[in-house]
Design a protein around this ligand. Sequence first.
Ligand code: WQD
Length: 340
Amino acid sequence: MKKKVLVTGGTGFIGSHTAVELIQSGYDVAIIDNLYNSEKSVLDGIKEITGTMPLFEEFDLCDQIQLHNFLKSHHVDAIIHFAAYKAVGESVKKPLDYYRNNLLSLINLLGAMDKYDVPSLVFSSSCTVYGQPDKLPVTEDCPVKPAISPYGNTKQIGEEIIEQTMKAKDGLKAVSLRYFNPIGAHPSALIGELPRGVPENLVPFITQTAIGLRDELKVFGSDYNTPDGSCIRDYLHVVDLAKAHVVAVRRLLEGLNKKNYEVFNLGTGNGVSVFEAIKSFEKVSGVKLRYNVVGRREGDIEKIWADPSLANSELGWKTESTLDQAMETAWRWEKRIRNK
Ligand code: WQD
């Protein structure tokens, strides 16, 4: 009997890539999404890649009644929870929207898991919980610092809510996955990142500049204490990230977890600067990118990259794609959606 996994936010960037990997790993997938920051047409991409159209229902997880009705009519064995607002800058302007949406949806989900006997949860967390780490590469036991944005704070509080709930409810178990910077797109170019409006993140801004949608990339600062002066991040291919979710949900479904709440960093372990990311894109695309160095962006940390050894050893997961490969898929996706 196939296990069924509910993917909340499953028409989003990481959610859709995870739905593909789950289906291709033999799971049944159901998706709940309110389409606030994604398009229903993503389902067609998932179907074209896998041959399977996942069950889909459009509603907001803050609506407890709709969530309970869903779980009453659909038995699921595990939940992977992506659905959340995720724009750092926007969260500073609209903190209450972020706290309400990101925390209420999680609280509703945890309550429904308990009521409808769904024992396993994989939570989409973020390296943003670390703030600017004192020591690099950053490990899971690195102290969590006061968040620099309400978005990051919702991830910190979300992890604490889950940890306390797992302590209180014997039958429940959860894994939090702290993503570093996911980039790229499925090699088929049938699904990818679809930022609404002006992209906040670096790589979609690079590809939109290269395709001619944006005049130039603004590099937010070159006066940091890094080798070339620009910020350093740990960019990982979104397909590698998606595969980690399959491993994590299988760990819970097969009872391989060692504690009923575990946390893993998901990154390559390599730090890459903004200028190095630009060079990688120019190499794989053959496009000379127009960019201009401007002032620092409020809230940016200087440098962070993962120590992924716990995920490597405990999950048996490690990234396979290089930065160039990830950039190449991002560029292939941009060209396809702009019919270039
Ligand atoms: C990366 C680097 C910018 C845009 C955030 C969240 C994280 C995750 C990913 C959700 C930084 C620089 C960017 C641009 C630039 N989000 N940059 N010009 O801020 O590291 O992480 O997004 O899960 O949780 O914190 O990612 O891609 O915005 O920025 O110079 O137009 O690129 O300064 O150094 P970030 P990013």
